[in-house]
Every structure is written in C-alpha cells, then in structure tokens.
Ligand binder design. Structure first.
Ligand code: ADP
Ligand code: GLC
Length: 484
C-alpha cells in the first residue's frame, strides 16, 4: 500500500537557525530559505535545538527520545517563521542548555555525536508521528548528516518515513563531524557502518560522510564550490566520494535576507540610505569610528575605512593578514575588525590595534548590531578567505555600497566581479596587498568608486531565485525511486 505523502512539504534539520541561534552563515541561511520556500507554496518545518537563552515558541508536544543508552524526555516548542514556515525547537536541557552551541574555547563538547544524533532522532520522530510523511527531508552540514543514514537503517521499513527522499546541503566541508568508532552503538548504528564506503573515515566515523553517501541528492552553497570540493586541493579528503556522486551534486548560490540586510531600513544604522542617495553612509562611518574610539574628524572621514566581520579561523585568510601586518600599518587607511576564533588571530588584531590606536580598531566578540554598522560604515570589506563555500558578508557589503576585496574562490568568485569589487587570484600576501592597494587608489576616484557602489547595490541577491533552485532539486529527488 502506498504511504501517505504530504505533498510539497519539507522537513529541514540544522544545528543553528535565525532568529534563534547563530555562530555563522548557516543560521542566516536557515533564517531566510524556509520563508522563501514557503512563498513558493511549500510547507516548511525547520527543526533545531532549543539552546540556552532561546525563549521563543510554545510547547506543543513532549515525548521520550532515545539515542543509544541515552534517553530523555524531549520538549517540542513550535514557533512561527515568516510567510507561514514554522520552526520546532527541540528542548533537552542535558544536551542543549550550555554556554555555547558546539564547545568552549575552541574545544568541542565531548558528546557532540550524541547531541546532534539526538537532534536528528527527535526531528524524525516528530515527523514519524504525523499521519503523512514530509515529501523531502532536507538536512544541513555534518550535524544533521546522520539523518539520511537513519532513514536508510532505522527507518527503512517505517510506515510513515520509509523511503523518504533526502537532500543534504554541504555548507562547509572543513567540518566533518569526526568521532571515535565506539560511538556507533551509542547512536544506534551497527558496525556495518564502519566501512570505507559508509561512515568510516581514517579509522573514525564521519557524520558528514554518512550524509554524503546516503542522501538522495547533494547540494552545496555555490556553483564554484561544488567544483572545488571535487579536487584534492579543496576536497578535504572527501573529493573522491564527491566525484563519485558528482551527478547528484549541485551548487546553489545562497541568497541574502534583503529585509534584514537593507541600508534603507536597517535598525542598527543611524541614517537610512540607498543607491540613489548614499549620504546616510557617512553617518554610519562616523558612528562606527566612534564606536571603536577611533578619530572621526574630517580627515578620518576622508580616509578609506576597511572593515572585517569574521570568524577568526584559518579559512578566512587571517594567515595572509598576519604576514602583511607591517604593511597594513603603513597603508593610508583605517581598519575596524569584529570577530572571535583562534587566540592567535584575536591576539594579532588586538596587538595591531594597540600599536595604531588612531587607525585600527579590534573588537573580539559576537555582536549582530555592530556587524550591521560595519557593513554600512566601512568603505571596503576585506574577505581574503583561503576557501569560501559561499560567504554572505561580501553580498551584504555590496548591498551596503561597501566594496569587497576578496580572494577568487568559492562563492566569492561567483559573486564578486571587477565591476563590483577587487578580486585577487593567488592566495599570497603580495596578491592580497596588491588588491587592497588598487582598491585604496580607486577610492580616490569618486566617479569610479560610485560606479562600483551602484553596481553592487543594484544586484539581486534575494533568496527567491535560489529557493526556486532548491525546489527543482526537491522535485528531482522525488522522481528517484524510493530507496527502501
Ligand atoms: P561563515 O558561515 O563561514 O562564518 P558567512 O559569510 O557565510 O561565513 O557568514 C557569516 C555570518 O556570521 C554573517 O552573517 C556575519 O555577519 C556573521 N558574523 C560572523 N562573525 C560575527 C561576529 N563576530 N559578530 C557578529 N556577526 C558575525
Ligand atoms: C558556511 C560557509 C560559508 C557559507 C555559510 C552558509 O559557514 O563557511 O561560506 O556562506 O556556510 O551557507
């Protein structure tokens, strides 16, 4: 007997989602893609943990969920999202009521395998209790990578969920969800997963690999990155299995939330502005200089201001900056930097700010309001990433008339052109310095600068276009023969 399908409905699972919890771009995507899919007529449910401090939603269900020997009474809080999408926040204080999402001081929590296997189990159990299955289960990054594995194993013969097609989106291949193999029985998986064509990865298990092998279709967050991850240089050891699944792998460029990131209506900036009237941008520049305690007199306002908002990790090109630090101090520019991450990069920027307190401001921390103010107040935005699956900040920058300086890689290469920014190809300190120097020179040419700003500000980075691409993927997955 054919099971009941809830047509055009998608269950998404992710470890972070706006407006509830965020450490990076994954949360932005989960905040904007579900409403965009809902606008296209899809029924969208996003399942994500109810971390410490999240107060949204009302309790709609409570039932026990078990993962291996771990059993907990999980609470399910439902919260509406824009355009009719909804979120379900999984409440399990033992697992999620903690200081941070993944770990503290760059050390992961030792039970992350359990924490995210539990999230997936809880999400699938909620779906299993409904009369009709979602047509698609769409899961994001390693934290949700066991969902396709569970559907192939635990739920293979399940009356509601058996055979459900899955889409796995890779936002970042560098995070692989690697754990000791003795976690297998503790997350209800058999030792037969511990083989090279399943979850085994160099004597450990990888949640990411589970997702890649078992999902019906795979996507990643830009067309260029979809190509790059099939090469040994940027495949992080997964290029072989990605090449093997190349026919099922599609790059879909992220959009941006054009309501949240809109210089004409941004609650975090002093005066609204637009491509037609950029005058409010100067007020944001003065405000951000003041916030950093940097001079904001006429000379300072005339000097180009370079901004950075970033996780301070190797991915983001901080090693190039470290090599160039002496040169940066000599440039005719000011810098404002916001981020958290590796101690050595935090220390680097703190030391640079101490050396040039008149020119360089560094804030170590996570600050949504300040991120908006930097996007608006800076003239240039620096994103020299070694690799970048998509990157959102360069798109925010262009929308705010802030010119990006980027390494031509991944989503940066797909979104920034010489008409909208400054691009360097070699991943090397001189190449970065060259691009930055060209940008600073151009800043002196008001006509050219304005043309760059307007070209960036009038581009369409809205989610509607990308959401349609996801719908095509869902439809393609639905045509696949049922796996179970
Ligand atoms: P990634 O997800 O690799 O960190 P993205 O460019 O896709 O890179 O997204 C990063 C998101 O996180 C952006 O919305 C950016 O503004 C935000 N962000 C990063 N660091 C901070 C910070 N320290 N404070 C506030 N927002 C931050
Ligand atoms: C990851 C990537 C980033 C991407 C984001 C959202 O964190 O590092 O490039 O924009 O996911 O897809």
């Amino acid at each position: 007997m054919a099971k009941k399908l809830n047509e055009r409905s998608v269950l998404q699972i992710a470890s972070e989602a706006l407006p509830f919890a965020k450490t990076g771009g994954l949360a932005d995507v989960l905040g904007a893609l579900p409403p965009a899919l809902a606008r296209l007529g899809w029924d969208v449910t996003v399942v994500t943990p109810r971390y410490r401090g999240v107060t949204a939603g009302s309790l709609v269900e409570r039932f026990p969920v078990t993962v291996g020997g771990f059993a907990a009474d999980a609470g399910f809080f439902e919260a509406p999202l824009p355009d009719g999408a909804r979120a379900i926040l999984v409440d399990c204080p033992d697992l999620y009521d903690r200081d941070a999402l993944y770990g503290v001081d760059n050390v992961d929590y030792t039970d992350n395998a359990r924490r995210f296997a539990f999230l997936v189990r809880a999400a699938l159990e909620v779906a299993a209790r409904r009369a009709a299955a979602p047509s698609i289960v769409h899961v994001h990054d390693w934290q949700a990578g066991v969902a396709p594995v569970y559907l192939r194993t635990l739920y293979a013969g399940h009356p509601v969920l058996g055979g459900t097609r899955t889409v796995f989106t890779i936002h970042n291949l560098a995070y692989q969800g690697l754990f000791e193999p003795d976690w297998l029985p503790r997350i209800d998986l058999g030792w037969d997963e511990f083989t090279v064509d399943r979850m085994e990865y160099w004597s450990r298990i990888s949640f990411l690999k589970g997702g890649i092998n078992d999902a019906t279709l795979l996507t990643t967050v830009s067309p260029r990155y979809a190509e790059e991850i099939q090469t040994p240089q940027l495949g992080f050891g997964f290029d072989g299995i990605l090449r093997a699944r190349r026919a099922d792998l599609v790059g879909i460029l992220n959009g941006i939330d054009t309501h949240e990131w809109d210089p004409a209506g941004d609650r975090f900036i002093p005066r609204p502005y637009s491509a037609d009237d950029l005058s409010g941008k100067a007020a944001a520049k003065a405000a951000v200089l003041e916030r950093y305690g940097l001079p904001s007199d006429a000379d300072a306002l005339k000097r180009p201001l370079v901004g950075m908002v970033s996780r301070m990790v190797d991915q983001k090109g901080f090693d190039l900056i470290a090599e160039l630090s002496e040169d940066l101090l000599r440039l005719e520019a000011s810098f404002v930097v916001l981020g958290t991450g590796d101690a050595r990069y935090q220390d680097l920027w703190t030391a640079l700010a101490a050396e040039r307190p008149d020119r360089i401001g560094a804030r170590i921390g996570f600050d949504e309001a300040l991120a908006h103010l930097i996007e608006a107040g800076a003239d240039l935005f620096l994103m020299p990433s070694r690799f970048e699956p998509c990157g959102l900040n360069q798109m925010y920058s262009m929308r705010y008339g802030t010119i990006p300086v980027v390494h031509a890689v991944g989503g940066l290469a797909d979104t920034v052109t010489p008409k909208t920014g400054f691009v360097f190809t070699d991943y090397s300190p001189p190449a970065l310095l060259g691009a930055l120097t060209r940008a600073l020179e151009c800043f002196g040419n008001r006509q050219r600068w304005l043309a760059l700003q307007r070209a960036g500000m009038t581009q369409d980075f809205s989610w509607d276009r990308s959401a349609k691409e996801y719908v095509k993927i869902y439809e393609r997955a639905l045509k696949r023969t049922r796996r179970a």
